[in-house]
Design a protein around this ligand. Sequence first.
Ligand SMILES: *[C@@H]1O[C@H](CO)[C@@H](O)[C@H](O)[C@H]1NC(C)=O
Ligand SMILES: *[C@@H]1O[C@H](CO)[C@@H](O)[C@H](O)[C@H]1NC(C)=O
Ligand SMILES: *[C@@H]1O[C@H](CO)[C@@H](O)[C@H](O)[C@H]1NC(C)=O
Ligand SMILES: *[C@@H]1O[C@H](CO)[C@@H](O)[C@H](O)[C@H]1NC(C)=O
Ligand SMILES: *[C@@H]1O[C@H](CO)[C@@H](O)[C@H](O)[C@H]1NC(C)=O
Ligand SMILES: *[C@@H]1O[C@H](CO)[C@@H](O)[C@H](O)[C@H]1NC(C)=O
Ligand SMILES: *[C@@H]1O[C@H](CO)[C@@H](O)[C@H](O)[C@H]1NC(C)=O
Ligand SMILES: *[C@@H]1O[C@H](CO)[C@@H](O)[C@H](O)[C@H]1NC(C)=O
Ligand SMILES: *[C@@H]1O[C@H](CO)[C@@H](O)[C@H](O)[C@H]1NC(C)=O
Ligand SMILES: *[C@@H]1O[C@H](CO)[C@@H](O)[C@H](O)[C@H]1NC(C)=O
Ligand SMILES: *[C@@H]1O[C@H](CO)[C@@H](O)[C@H](O)[C@H]1NC(C)=O
Ligand SMILES: *[C@@H]1O[C@H](CO)[C@@H](O)[C@H](O)[C@H]1NC(C)=O
Length: 790
Amino acid sequence: MKHDLWLLAALYFSCAVKAEVASNYTDAILSSGTVKLGDWQDAYEKASTFVDSLSTSEKLSIITGGGGRNLSGIEMLDSSSNPINYYFVTAWPAPLAIAMTWDKNYIVEQGEALGAEFKGKGVNVGYGPTVQPLGRSPWGGRGAETYGPDSYFSGIMSGGLVQGMNKAGRVSGAKHFILNEQETNRQGSSGGMGGMGGGQDGPGGNSTGDSPGGTSPSNERRQVIGNTTSSSSEAYSVTIDDKAFHETYLATFYDTIRAGVGAVMCSMNRINDTYGCENQETLSKHLKTELGFVGFVSPDAGGQKTGIGSANAGLDYGSSSYWSNSTLGAGIANGSFTEARLNDMVIRNLMGYFKHGQDVSYPTHAGYTDAIDVRANHSLLARKFAQNSLALLKNTNNALPLTAAQRVISIFGTHAAPRIVGPNTALTVQSGVASTMDGHMSQIGGSAMSSAAYLVTPFQAFNERAAKDGFMLKWWLNNTVVTSSGSGMMVSDGTGTEISETTTGIAENSDACVVFINAWSGEGADRSELRNEEQDALVTAVADACNNTIVVVNTVGPRLLTQWDSHENVTAILYGGPLGQESGYAINDVLFGDVNPSGKLVHTLAKNESDYDSNTQISEESELVFSEGNFIDYKYFDQQNKTPAYPFGFGLSYTTFGYASNLSISSDSDKLATVYALGDLAVGGREDLWDIVATVATSVSNTGSVAGAEVAQLYVEFPAAADEPVRQLRGFQKVAIQPGQVTAVKFELRRRDLSIWDVSAQEWAVVRGEYKFWVGTNSRELGVSTTLSV
Ligand SMILES: *[C@@H]1O[C@H](CO)[C@@H](O)[C@H](O)[C@H]1NC(C)=O
Ligand SMILES: *[C@@H]1O[C@H](CO)[C@@H](O)[C@H](O)[C@H]1NC(C)=O
Ligand SMILES: *[C@@H]1O[C@H](CO)[C@@H](O)[C@H](O)[C@H]1NC(C)=O
Ligand SMILES: *[C@@H]1O[C@H](CO)[C@@H](O)[C@H](O)[C@H]1NC(C)=O
Ligand SMILES: *[C@@H]1O[C@H](CO)[C@@H](O)[C@H](O)[C@H]1NC(C)=O
Ligand SMILES: *[C@@H]1O[C@H](CO)[C@@H](O)[C@H](O)[C@H]1NC(C)=O
Ligand SMILES: *[C@@H]1O[C@H](CO)[C@@H](O)[C@H](O)[C@H]1NC(C)=O
Ligand SMILES: *[C@@H]1O[C@H](CO)[C@@H](O)[C@H](O)[C@H]1NC(C)=O
Ligand SMILES: *[C@@H]1O[C@H](CO)[C@@H](O)[C@H](O)[C@H]1NC(C)=O
Ligand SMILES: *[C@@H]1O[C@H](CO)[C@@H](O)[C@H](O)[C@H]1NC(C)=O
Ligand SMILES: *[C@@H]1O[C@H](CO)[C@@H](O)[C@H](O)[C@H]1NC(C)=O
Ligand SMILES: *[C@@H]1O[C@H](CO)[C@@H](O)[C@H](O)[C@H]1NC(C)=O
C-alpha cells in the first residue's frame, strides 16, 4: 500500500517536471493525515482553528512574514552561536567546538541556554542547528558551523541542540536543506527560470539575495556575503545516488525532525537541476512526507525563485513580491494552486508557535541594541564546553600540563592576542579575506558570527596566571619570524632579561614555548588551504630554538600538522575549534591542568592535503556529482586504506584508559524480524526506525593517576550485501572516571542505526547477515569486537 503510494508519487514527479505543470503533492499537506502528528496534534488543532478565522489577505500576510488578527508576526534569527547581532548575549563556542566535546549532555545544555537567550530577546524562531554543510569537503568554508562529516554523529548532536532549545520554549530551525556542501557558486549570479519546480508564474529568478518584500524572509541576515559573483548564471546543481542521499545527507535531518524542529531552511543551491526552495521532490516528498516534517520551510536568502511554483513545491514562508493575491490568489481562482495548500502553509508557519505556547506569553521582540541582558551565568557554561572540547593530539616528555617547574614561559603568534579591532565587526569572509586570522580566532564568520560582549584571549589568560602563579611571561605576538635584530636596534648579548627582539631571542631560554596558530573561513567563501606556510614556519622556527614547544591550534576545519608535528622539540599539540568568548581561559585551563583534556576529533587529519578525496575539492562547475557517495572523511580513508595522521575520534588525555576485553551484545529478534521498517509515517519518519533493536555493553577503566573523561566509540561493520563503508560510528558515550576506577558503557542501537536505504524498495532495510561491532578509543584504534547475526 505504502509502496504503491511512493511509486505513484515517483511517476507523478517525473511527469510533473517534464510537463512543467503545477504540482499537488497532497501527502505533504498536513490535513491529508499522511503523517501522524503525535505530540504536535494539539498545535495543529490550534493553528487550524486560527487559520479558519483568517481572510486570504491575512493568510498571505502571515506566510510573507507579517501578522494577522492577534498574531503580530513570527520573528526569526540566526544562529547556533548566539542570537546574531544582539547586544548582551553569550558568544558560545562554535558548533565544531561543541561537537568536539562528544558530550550528549553538553549539547542539550547549550541548546537550552541558547534557546533562553533567543526567548529573552523575544525571537520566536532561532535558526540552529546548521546540520549541512555536513563537511563532505575539508575545503568547505562553513565547516565550523556544523558538527562534522559523520552523519550519525552530526545527527545526535544536532538533535540534542534541538531538544535543548525546545526545553527553552523557542522554535528551533534546521538548515540547509539540502546538499549545500560548498560556498562557491552556491547562489546563481543572475536570473533565469529558477529551475523546474513547476513554477510557471515567476518572472524569472531573482537571486540578488536581498531580502525580498515586506519583512525579511531572508532569515540568514548574513547570507548575502561572499563571492557570490560566479561565472555561471545558476547556482551549482548536485546529483547524488539515492542510497547516499538518504544515508549520508537526509540522515541528519531525520534526527532534527524527530527531536522537534519547527522550521527548516531550504538551500540556495540546486538539486537535480531544481533549486532547493523550488524542489517538490526534496521538500514535499522527502522532507514533509518521508521524514514527516510538520513545521514550515523558509528560504535561504535569494532561494525563492517563483510564486506558485515555490508554494506548490513545498516552500511555506517567502517573499510578498512572489506571493500576493495576484499570484497565489489568482492561482486559486484558475486551479493552478489550492486553498488547501495555502491553509497548510499558514498552519505550518504556526505549528512551532503553538507547540511552544508562544501565543500565551512570550517576551516582546527586543531591538538589537536594547539593554536586555539574557546571559545569566552562561559564561560558566561557555567556558566549560570550550575546556572540554580541546583535543590533545600529542604530549611527550610530560610537556603538559604546564606546572610551577616552568619558570619562564613564552607565547607566540598573532592568534595569542586580540585582533586590532573587535570583537564585533562584521566578520564576513568575502573575497580577499585571508585563510588565517590576524588575532585570536574564537568565532566564525557569516550568519553564525558572534555578538560577543567581550573576548578573553590567551594573552590575557596567560598574563593573569603569570601574575597569580609567579612565572615569567614573554611574548612574540606576530607570525613573521625574525631571526636578527635590524640595524639601529639595541643588540643584546642575551644577558638576563636583555634579550634580542627576535623570534628566536624570545624562544631561547624559555622553559616552555607555546605557539598559537589558527585557520579561518566562514560562510560565503571556501578554504584555499588546509595549512599555512607562515604559521608553519613560525612553529618550526620556535621549535628549532626551544626544546619544549607546545602548539595550540584553533581551526574552522581540518588543519594539517605534519609539517612539524614530528619535530623532536614539538612536545605537545592542543587542537580545537573556535571557542567563543571564554577562549583564552579555556585553553589556559587545559594547558595548566585545571581541566584534563577530553575532546576528540570530529574530522580526519590527513598527512597530506592530497590524501583527501580529490572529488571533494571545491569546484567551479555548475554540475557537481557527489560520486563518492557515502565515502567521506574516515569512510574514504578506510575504503582507500590510507593512514591518516590523526584519525576521526582521536584525542589523548593526561591520564590513560583501558577497555575491557569482553563486549556483550543483546538484541530484540522480534523487532529485527522484518527487513523493512513498516511503522506508520510520523514526525521523524516511520515510527519503528527509532525502536531500540540491540544493545552493546562493555567497560572502560582509568589506568592513570588523574581523573579524566573518555569517549568510548562504537563502530559497526555491515554485512557485505549492505554495500556500506568499512566501519561506521553508531554509538558513543563520554564517561568521567576516577583513577583506578572502572565504568560501564552501553550503546543502544536504534533500528535506523542498522538500516540501509533500499533503493528499489524505497524503504529503510535491515539486511540479513552478520554485523560486527567494535568499541574503542577512536576510529582506528578498535580493540575488541563481537558479532550479531540478523
Ligand atoms: C493531484 O494529483 C493527483 C494524483 O496524485 C490527481 O489525481 C489529482 O487530479 C491532482 N489534482 C489536481 C488539482 O491537479
Ligand atoms: C493561473 O494564474 C497564475 C497567476 O496569475 C498564472 O501564472 C498561471 O499561468 C495561470 N494558469 C492557468 C492555467 O491559467
Ligand atoms: C529582483 O530584485 C530587484 C532588486 O531588489 C527588484 O527590483 C526586482 O523587482 C526583483 N524581481 C522580482 C521578480 O522579484
Ligand atoms: C569570485 O568568483 C569568480 C567566479 O568563480 C572568480 O573568477 C573570482 O576570481 C572570484 N573572486 C575572488 C576575489 O575570489
Ligand atoms: C535525482 O533524479 C534521479 C533521477 O530521476 C533520481 O533517481 C534521484 O533520486 C533524484 N535525487 C534527488 C535528491 O532528488
Ligand atoms: C484576489 O484575487 C482574486 C482572483 O484573481 C480576485 O477575485 C479577488 O478580487 C482578489 N482580492 C483582492 C482583495 O484583491
Ligand atoms: C488569538 O486569540 C485567541 C483567543 O484568545 C487565541 O485562542 C489564539 O490562540 C490567539 N492566536 C494567536 C495566533 O496568538
Ligand atoms: C547557573 O544558574 C542556574 C539558574 O539560576 C543555576 O541552576 C545553576 O546552578 C547555575 N550554574 C552555576 C555553575 O552556577
Ligand atoms: C608582523 O611583522 C611583520 C614584519 O615585521 C609586519 O609587517 C606585520 O605588520 C606584523 N604584523 C602584525 C599583526 O603586527
Ligand atoms: C631542540 O631545541 C634545542 C634547544 O633547546 C636545540 O638545540 C635543538 O637544535 C633543537 N632541535 C632541533 C631538531 O631543532
Ligand atoms: C631543554 O633545554 C633546557 C635548556 O634550555 C635543558 O635544561 C633541558 O634539559 C632540555 N630538555 C630536554 C628534554 O632536552
Ligand atoms: C604531499 O603530497 C605532495 C604531492 O603528492 C608531495 O609533493 C609532498 O611532498 C607531500 N607532502 C608531505 C608533507 O608528505
